[in-house]
Design a protein around this ligand. Structure first.
Ligand SMILES: Nc1ncnc2c1ncn2[C@@H]1O[C@H](COP(=O)(O)OP(=O)(O)OP(=O)(O)O)[C@@H](O)[C@H]1O
Ligand SMILES: [Mg+2]
Length: 271
């Protein structure tokens, strides 16, 4: 692996919260991830980009404890972790908002925010306390929602993403991962979700932000990590990055082979 690719996965922050090293993950004969590394510093926003099938969601699932890696290591605050399920990753301070946004649509906002971590008082659910905390949280996030007791299914896509991000902010997390949070959103809603991501970062939460939208990536991220065909394929500090440069890393354009020939752009993606 070229030295630049190894360096590309590293945080420029001194305070590295998440260090994911040399992860490989196979599904049958598919090498979804091969020797992938990524670091996230305290308060750092790292965009994870790559073509369809590059391995982004798989890497997120490994970090979320939802998929077990075949090889490699995950360290949080320099402590090694072997997650046996999503609950262990959550307990270690990693919150994940998935691409398909698995918020139970029949539950209302308060129930969604506290799902699996309900507050109780004298053995029964403490609804007033959960409602008060939900209202306070949404207020600090400047999220406008018609009522805390409407079911998630009745919210717009942007409002749902806002609730998902709020949920990830509720539990004193170290790392929040978001898989394509703005993919289905309009202009105003996208701006709101990007603003929520900045707030997470301001509070010291490290963010992994998966996106295909280069303007969003360049506007919100500190650093960009590129995956191609399941491998690290470059990294950029956003202040040095150009859209053309990032796209070249994503597609493999301009990459030199051992013989010095340029690789074919169509070789970028087998899915
Ligand atoms: N559960 C699974 N079983 C078999 N193959 C899988 C599974 N999950 C992912 N893959 C394969 O692993 C590769 C990486 O998929 P992944 O979903 O991580 O890509 P991605 O970068 O998130 O793509 P997209 O941008 O389309 O969301 C693909 O070739 C995919 O088909
Ligand atoms: Mg994906």
């Amino acid at each position: 692996m070229p030295a630049s690719v190894t360096a590309a996965s590293q945080s420029t922050k001194k305070d590295v919260v998440l260090s994911v090293r040399n992860i490989s993950k196979r599904f049958g004969h598919v090498n979804a991830l091969t020797d992938v590394s990524i670091e996230v510093g305290r308060g750092e926003i790292v965009a994870l980009v790559g073509d369809n099938g590059a391995g982004k969601s798989t890497l997120m699932k490994v970090i979320a404890g939802a998929a077990a890696p075949d090889e490699g290591e995950i360290r949080i605050d320099d402590q090694p972790h072997n997650f046996r399920g999503p609950h262990e990753a959550t307990a270690a301070g990693i919150e994940s908002v998935y691409q398909d946004l698995a918020l139970p649509g029949n539950l209302d906002i308060v129930s969604n925010l506290f799902l699996g971590r309900e507050l109780t008082r004298a053995g029964s659910l403490d609804e007033p306390a959960m409602e008060a905390r939900t209202a306070a949280l949404l207020k600090t996030l400047d999220v406008k929602i018609p009522s805390l007791r409407v079911p998630i299914a009745a919210l717009s896509g942007g409002q749902r993403q806002a609730v998902a991000v709020a949920r990830s902010r509720m539990w004193n997390n170290k790392i929040v991962q978001l898989d394509e949070p703005t993919a289905a959103l309009g202009v105003a809603q996208t701006r709101q979700v990007l603003e929520l991501i900045r707030r997470l970062s301001d509070e010291g939460v490290g963010v992994i932000f998966i996106s295909h939208n280069m303007p969003d990536v360049l506007s919100v991220a500190d650093r960009i990590v590129v995956l191609r065909l399941g491998r690290n394929a470059g990294g950029f500090n956003v202040k040095d990055a150009t859209i053309d440069g990032v796209i070249a890393a994503i597609t493999g354009a301009g990459e030199l082979t051992d013989s010095g020939a340029r690789t074919d752009m169509t070789a970028s993606n087998g899915s």
